[in-house]
Design a protein around this ligand. Sequence first.
Ligand code: SAM
Length: 241
Amino acid sequence: MAHCSRTVADIKRSIRSGQYLNSKGTTEFYDCWAQTYEWDMMRIGYRPAHLAVDFLNANFCGRREEVQVLDVACGSGLVAKLMSELGFRHFVGVDGSKGMLDQAAGTGLYQDLRLALLGTEGLPAETGVFDVVILVSALSPGFAPVSVVRELCHASKPGGFICIAKGSYPGAEEEIYKKDLERELQLMEDEGLWSLVGIKPTDRYMENAFVTTEADGKDEQEERYIRGNVYLYKKSISTSI
Ligand SMILES: C[S@@+](CC[C@H](N)C(=O)[O-])C[C@H]1O[C@@H](n2cnc3c(N)ncnc32)[C@H](O)[C@@H]1O
């Protein structure tokens, strides 16, 4: 296959070219990338989907085959693939990229796939319906805005889980975004909307696309990988949203 000939350097160059777009540009970027996305991400050691699903699964008790999962920014369907291996069966996916949704449709795992540019459009999900709401690697400048986090909570059933994975990418804009996100997560806890189950930090969220060669990586080990967190919340039983 043609994409097998892409080197890690090619893939990182491509990822760098997609940085600093606005969200419309970002989803167009994913339209173009959709067919080789999973292969490319595997080549650069993309782990957030695995980390998020493992952390959720370790804290989940319930009949996996019965629960409704909302996979926000589902991309090509990697999260649903991993969750289905653990017994989860019912998935609704949302993404802003038609190309990525076509890939997700090809998995045959989603009962419904919904196209929406988050931040510009509201999250197309019923309120209080989903046992699990999961969003992996789409909270960043140029991706979905921080305000989407409240919408994730709205979509969850009372007592449901909300799982968010986010990489700590370099740059001033990212720093501001991360502070805003953490402020919002805490505010929602203070408002009694949800409670924190746990945060799982990782030193190896994925390879840093800005470190371009093996030699660079050896010289500056700390920059070779991007750090990240998986946040897991449980929606309050008493909340009216
Ligand atoms: C890095 S991929 C992650 C996909 C999947 N969650 C995974 O872990 O493989 C980011 C996804 O977020 C989507 N995305 C980015 N910004 C978005 C927005 N504002 N609204 C909807 N989807 C968005 C992209 O189209 C892409 O599919």
